[in-house]
Design a protein around this ligand. Sequence first.
Ligand code: ZN
Length: 266
Amino acid sequence: MQMTSKCLDTNSKIPFYFSVDFEDFYYDTNRRLGNPNPSFKLAALKKSYEIINRYSDQFFAGRRITFFVTAVLARKAPDLIQKIFNDGHEIACHYNFHDNVDNETAETFSDNLDIAIETLHSITGERPVGFRAPNFAISADNTFAYEELAKRFKYDSSYKTSEHESQILKNGEFLFGDNSLKEFYIYQMPYAFGKINIRVNVIAPGPTNTRMMLKNTPETMHEEIKASIALKRFGEPSEIANAILFFSSDLSSFVTGQVLRVDGGM
Ligand SMILES: [Zn+2]
């Protein structure tokens, strides 16, 4: 998971992490809206991976990236997951389906975790050691999730973890029940990188008017999705780009550790 990028060569002691949630947004959204048989966009996923891998070669000297993969995607595209693994990247767990952990019981959560782990294990031959909750979301009053995670994983990257009451051991490790879990949450990063004036921010885009979006989402679903958005429309690519420009420019020179939702209010 750990890598050092060319852009950080001036201070090579500083670790650099790059992770990707690898999921099919269209499948997950359609499933959430109750479509019993959503389609998968395998060609788009393969292309996404190629772009990310090329980017890694170009800017990170081909260092290892962590892909948090939903098991449902892995079952649909085992060859792709195998290829990512064979290319030297880490395959971590992004749950069975892209469902919110807080909607589960301890029992359904355990069952889905075990299914997800076994799915990834059957493809790569290795048990995943890392987990990230879908939508990063495990709430502070969730009593079972971290205990179940600590039984199965070495580290967790669900950013709300910091709100959880738990015993801190050392080096970012937390005690949950009888087991410990290393926490790797995005809010930690601003503190690690702030001293070299690197800011860490996140854009969380909503449904956006792109060719892929229009082609892959059935017309009948458009109105339903728009109805769930406060501004009652899809975003434009330029509106996502504007947010990225803001974070990339000096206009945000004192902004770090933020998640900006550019989703019209969902
Ligand atoms: Zn996700």
